[in-house]
Design a protein around this ligand. Structure first.
Ligand code: ADP
Length: 150
């Protein structure tokens, strides 16, 4: 199970650890969702960022705490606004592949000053990418602790 996988990770060297070894589940929201739905989901799922997906499960946006704060402040109509008006969208979405090194994910988050990255899997046959995970600054911090204590 998950515990075993994490223990295996703990004995590896940081340079060898891949995104797929440490990633978590993506917390997603449908494109049609509202700002209110997004705020509720942030609290229910206890995350700071949500990935927005289309009907076909394609990644279309990212929405963070600050995006929601900005739109909500002094705006009585905000709760019913569609999330698509608030989210960061392509081509500005920064992603990482599940086979990339976890250190590359860390570099991307620092360079772009963001807290999390959607993890993508490339389907070579269908020639498209799908979202299958998420990596955050907390993921990296936990990994450091694991490495330090094993
Ligand atoms: P917060 O806004 O809560 O501090 P972030 O620092 O992660 O959280 O987000 C800062 C900005 O960057 C927000 O506008 C958010 O939509 C955007 N953002 C967050 N993650 C990504 C990402 N992986 N790719 C592109 N933009 C992102």
């Amino acid at each position: 199970g998950a515990t075993l996988e994490r223990e295996e990770v703990a004995y590896k060297k940081l340079d060898d650890i891949l995104v797929k070894d440490v990633m978590g589940l993506p917390i997603v929201l449908m494109e049609k969702a509202t700002v209110n739905d997004a705020v509720v989901t942030l609290f229910l799922e206890n995350v700071g960022t949500l990935m927005v997906v289309s009907d076909k499960q394609a990644l279309v946006g990212i929405v963070s705490r600050k995006d929601l704060l900005k739109i909500t402040l002094g705006n009585a109509g905000a709760p019913t606004m569609p999330i698509s008006l608030v989210m960061t969208r392509h081509p500005n979405i920064v992603t990482i592949n599940l086979n990339d090194h976890v250190l590359d994910a860390a570099r991307k988050m620092i360079f772009h000053q963001i807290d999390s990255l959607p993890v993508m899997r490339t389907d070579v046959v269908l020639d498209h990418e799908e979202i299958i995970g998420r990596i955050t600054k907390t993921t990296i911090t936990k990994l450091l602790l694991d490495l330090a204590t094993n």
